[in-house]
Design a protein. Structure first.
Length: 212
């Protein structure tokens, strides 16, 4: 039996177009530190993967990272890094945060204070748990919103205490600001394009790694 690879995504929209290869599984962790840590600890208690990948969307902090750019941090895993580069992904430095960076000003401030290239909410915590248990890990993300973009709404205000999107809060926010509907539709289309690009790069990286 081939070694198990675990692909972690926070939400189903990120994994929408990804079909795991043989001997691989997809884990939906939920958003943020608490959800990610709980999910990965439970998964590692049930199985011992040979590799854990934290995948999904990220916000751009480096100005030249366009929407749809797939970026990664594979640490010292040279074969995986080579496979990802060959698939078109770029190595970057990630910064992990506790809340969604919703404005260009927030992202630019994070760039200045951390020097990171991209921002997301789960990878550092997933990889820390994996490191504690001597399971190799890497981060592979796709840029959803660039450093110069504001998100249409402050999604931090639309989440439940468990960091799930609250449909009623979203509907109310749209009712209060109907002019945001067009931008939300564009973001939805952008997220589907990004998820498809991430799936393509992950699939190519798996093929590249298996041929090495």
């Amino acid at each position: 039996m081939k070694p198990l690879t675990l692909f972690c995504f926070a939400v189903k929209e990120e994994a929408k177009f990804f079909t795991p290869p043989p001997a691989a599984q997809v884990l939906l962790t939920g958003i943020g530190q608490a959800n990610a840590e709980k999910a990965i600890r439970s998964a590692l208690a049930d199985a011992r993967p040979s590799l854990v990948l934290s995948c999904g969307f990220a916000g751009g902090l480096r100005p030249d990272l366009g929407a749809g750019t797939v970026v990664f941090d594979a640490g010292d895993n040279v074969p995986l890094a080579a496979a990802l580069r060959e698939a078109g992904a770029q190595p970057v430095r990630f910064h992990c945060v506790q809340r969604v960076a919703t404005t260009a000003a927030e992202k630019q401030a994070l760039r200045q204070t951390t020097g990171a290239d991209a921002v997301e909410m789960e990878s550092r915590f997933i990889r820390a748990v994996c490191s504690q248990q001597a399971v190799p890990g890497a981060t592979v993300r796709v840029i959803l919103d660039t450093s110069s973009e504001d998100l249409p709404l402050d999604f931090n205000q639309l989440l439940t205490p468990e960091l799930e999107l609250d449909g009623r809060k979203l509907a109310l926010a749209i009712m209060k600001a109907p002019g945001k509907i067009g931008a939300l539709r564009r973001l939805q289309k952008q997220s589907e394009t990004a998820a498809r690009k991430l799936a393509d790069v992950l699939a190519a990286a798996v093929r590249n790694a298996s041929s090495q």
